[in-house]
Design a protein around this ligand. Structure first.
Ligand code: HEM
Length: 528
């Protein structure tokens, strides 16, 4: 990696400037001779730039950095935003083919550098020279949660994040999982009892089941679980809250107001617990204590909790729905997974109940190798793996020994793991769902590179990664063990053979899934 302090662009500009200057002040004063020098320089300068750019890495910068997609130059920026949001992966892929693995575009007046190269993405995440900052959390708390600007500072945010990290890490999830699993299993079964013939939206089935199970085990029995619909409306309207130019949705604002007012009642009701010096068994209550100790007013506490709820639920609900959609599209995948689950329960655990009370590590790849591979494959296929950072000082990104790029302070940098994960030269037939792609059975699969992480990386890596993996596994195992599930598209066609599709118009770590429906019934197994 080059020296971040060096500014090759100005070096190159100085070289060019010096040459032109020499031409203009040529001492002979003869007009014809001057013209001769002008012509020579007109030829020499581009040649010089060409040669330098060929042999000196920093000059690649002169031709590559700051190049925006041509679309920007002849259409006004709102059109670029529309094109970007219309189909983010397709737009980013078009730009990558045209401009290479690192390019810059301007969206709403903001310079955004897109990086679509696995090793460079890893470098950005690691950030060894501390060139990137992450203000996205403040933006979410203030923009989506509606927290009064400047109420929460970076120290408080860091405290909250490290608390979340601790609570959701493999080391501590045993405190969360008994109540989570019990509630989740009851929620899943309640769908089977209710919906014998009616179809239900897949996202609602997954979302309602996970939302109340996690909320109750995290915040305790007083948490208002009747907030699911409001939560989903807020989640699907994050753009309305974040971008002032986006047409405002009154429904979304009303949903947020209603959700926050219910959270207000919850905070009031747990008030006596907050005064207690001892540690609460609910992490959500401990978070409220942190906010109270930092003198965050109750109305802003609601917004902070809403921001954390988005982190806890939004990506995992969508990701689990994608997982279900993929296995509903592939009947052989469903059969093989069910066989793995049945086998593990019947030979290792004895019953689903005892599996649900086992320590989380027992649900690892040794016991569920196909499930583990399936999850990795779905994460590869359905995650934008978009991580945003702000560039806080000029730096150089090196893609390979011949290619480096200057990244300017003030720009945003966005990693585009999606394009890497869909690269046929890295993953054979990359757009196809192969349930056993990551099954480590042959030398070939052992050597397969890891996809770009769906959980980001470095200091800001997802704080709920361990729990998210566990949560998705438990959801899948419980459904496969207890239910017969059939999928249906919005038009009523069976989902078997139809690849799940994304609603593209939302920049989020996990894409929104197009409407898919399920019919669920209890399965005839000994546990039921
Ligand atoms: C499949 C489910 C999930 C996916 C794909 C996911 C993905 C991500 C991604 C891509 C980031 C940004 C990382 C970065 O900027 O480098 C993130 C951040 C975060 N996630 Fe998750 N997440 C999931 C589930 C969860 C869960 C269950 C929690 C519960 C605690 C959680 C809590 C957080 C938090 C607190 C952050 C902010 C981290 C920081 O800025 O330091 N996530 N997640």
């Amino acid at each position: 990696m080059g020296n971040p302090q060096c500014d090759p662009m100005s070096v190159a500009i100085k070289v060019v400037h010096f040459d032109l200057h020499a031409t203009v002040v040529h001492p002979t004063g003869n007009k014809q001779e001057n013209m001769y020098w002008v012509l020579i320089s007109a030829f020499l300068v581009p040649l010089l730039i060409f040669l330098i750019s060929k042999y000196r890495t920093f000059d690649v910068i002169v031709t590559s950095v700051g190049r925006t997609p041509n679309v920007h130059s002849y259409l006004p920026w709102p059109m670029l935003v529309v094109e970007f949001l219309w189909d983010i992966p397709a737009f980013l892929e078009r730009c990558r083919v045209r401009y290479g693995p690192v390019y810059r575009l301007r969206i709403a007046g903001q310079g955004v550098v897109i990086v679509s190269h696995a090793e460079t993405i890893k470098y950005v995440m690691k950030d060894p020279h501390k060139c990137f900052t992450n203000n996205i959390n403040t933006t979410i708390f203030e923009g989506v949660g509606g927290v009064t600007p400047y109420t929460i500072n970076s120290t408080l945010i860091n405290n909250l994040l490290s608390f979340m990290h601790k609570a959701f890490s493999n080391r501590n999830i045993h405190l969360l999982i008994p109540s989570f699993n019990q509630q989740l299993s009851a929620n899943i079964q309640s769908f089977a009892c209710r919906q014998t013939t009616d179809r239900v939206s897949l996202v609602t089935f997954v979302g309602r089941s996970l939302y109340s199970a996690l909320s109750l085990s995290f915040c305790g029995p007083l948490f208002p679980t009747d907030t699911f619909s409001e939560f989903m409306l807020v989640d699907s309207n994050t753009l309305h809250f974040l971008f002032p130019f986006w047409p405002s949705s009154q429904k979304a604002y009303r949903a947020r107001a209603s959700l926050k007012s219910k959270l207000g009642v919850f905070i009031e009701r747990v008030g006596p617990e907050l005064a207690d010096d001892g540690e609460s068994s609910y992490s959500g209550i401990e978070i409220l204590k942190i906010l109270k100790a930092a003198s965050v007013p109750p109305s802003d506490q609601q917004g902070v909790i809403l921001g954390l709820m988005l982190a806890m639920h939004a990506a995992s609900i969508r990701m689990t729905a994608w997982f279900m959609a993929y296995i509903l599209s592939d009947s052989s995948a469903m059969t093989r997974l069910r066989a793995e689950v049945d086998h593990a329960i019947e030979t290792e655990f004895g019953s689903l109940e005892s599996l649900l009370s086992a320590p989380s590590h027992r649900l690892g790849s040794h016991m569920f190798p196909l499930l583990e591979s399936a999850l990795k494959e779905v994460l590869r296929l359905s995650v934008a793996a978009i991580t945003a950072r702000e560039v806080n000082k000029d730096t150089i990104l090196t893609v390979d020994e011949h290619t480096s790029f200057v990244i300017r302070q003030g720009d945003y940098l966005v990693t585009n793991g999606y394009t890497v994960n869909f690269d046929n030269s890295i993953f054979e037939d990359a757009r196809t769902f192969r349930i056993d792609r990551f099954l480590k059975t042959s030398a070939e699969t052992v050597d397969l590179p890891d996809p770009v992480s769906s959980f980001g990386g470095g200091a800001h890596m997802c704080k709920g990664q361990d729990f998210a993996m566990y949560e998705m596994k438990v959801f899948a195992i419980t459904c496969l063990r207890l239910l017969e599930i059939e999928g249906e598209t919005a038009s009523g066609r069976p989902t078997v053979g139809c690849l799940p599709e994304a609603v593209h118009a939302w920049p989020t770590p996990v894409f929104f899934l197009k409407d898919t429906f399920v019919r669920v019934q209890m399965r005839d197994v000994a546990d039921n």
